[in-house]
Design a protein around this ligand. Structure first.
Ligand SMILES: *Cc1c(COP(=O)(O)O)cnc(C)c1O
Length: 224
């Protein structure tokens, strides 16, 4: 029978396979277990198996689940992966160790103010609207230089670029484009992360240079 821990082993095996094929090291890839909608008792087995990196897309839901889990497992690393409203910036800075949704100038302002207030710098991925989709979050590709420079000026640590490719079509070209944008904008060292790949396409993302993959369904099963 499939359990969260057997699924975790299976995902690690897929990551290892993709790493081998692309001559990368599994230790260079951070597996973010996306636990949104799943209750604490479903998350606990992964924590007990030693997994520590998790992702949530809603501030309020995360506030309800994680403080208690953090008391039991203080070395948890929690990533905020969902679109963020500016009025949630204080809560997001308090709760998350990394934010993957920096996508507009107003949010740069709100997050910088929240980080100043909390005296805490939270690394942020700049989310790029990689398929130039009208309804999608993420900054336009052309807006990336200004967003990066404003974030740097506001002393927001940049973790790299993040994307959610258009649904229903081959994601590889979009992953490759995100990687090229990071190069074109001279992101290096701690700024050179690439947050890309979900349950359906994370091996491809690993092969194209992902540093962070965000995997929910493949670990926890379908969301209810
Ligand atoms: C839900 C979510 C994921 C995980 O999706 P799965 O297909 O369940 O792996 C990844 N990234 C973001 C931004 C999400 O909202």
């Amino acid at each position: 029978m499939e359990t969260p821990t057997s699924r975790l082993d299976a995902v690690h095996a897929e990551i290892a396979k993709a790493c081998k094929a692309s001559r990368r090291k599994p230790s260079d890839i951070s597996l973010i277990a996306v636990s949104k909608t799943h209750p604490a008792q479903k998350i606990a087995p992964l924590l007990e198996a030693g997994h520590r990196v998790f992702g949530e897309n809603r501030v309020q839901e995360a506030q309800g689940k994680w403080p208690e889990l953090r008391e039991r497992f203080p070395d948890i690393e929690l990533h905020g992966i969902g679109q963020l409203q500016s009025n949630k910036a204080d809560d997001a800075v308090a709760l998350f160790d990394c934010i993957h949704a920096l996508d507009r100038l107003s949010l740069v302002k709100a997050l910088a103010r929240a980080m100043d207030k909390a005296n805490k710098r939270v690394p942020c991925f700049v989310q790029v609207n990689i398929g130039s989709e009208e309804q999608k979050g993420g900054c336009a590709i052309d807006a990336l230089p200004e967003l990066l420079s404003k974030a740097r000026a506001a002393d927001i640590p940049i973790a790299g670029l993040m994307c959610l490719p258009p649904a229903g079509i081959e994601p590889a070209p979009f992953f490759a484009l995100l990687a090229r944008l990071a190069q074109d904008h001279d992101l290096k060292g701690a700024e050179a992360g690439l947050s890309m790949g979900m349950s359906g396409d994370y091996p491809t993302a690993v092969m194209l240079g992902a540093s962070h993959i965000r995997v929910g369904t493949a670990l926890f099963g379908e969301r209810g």
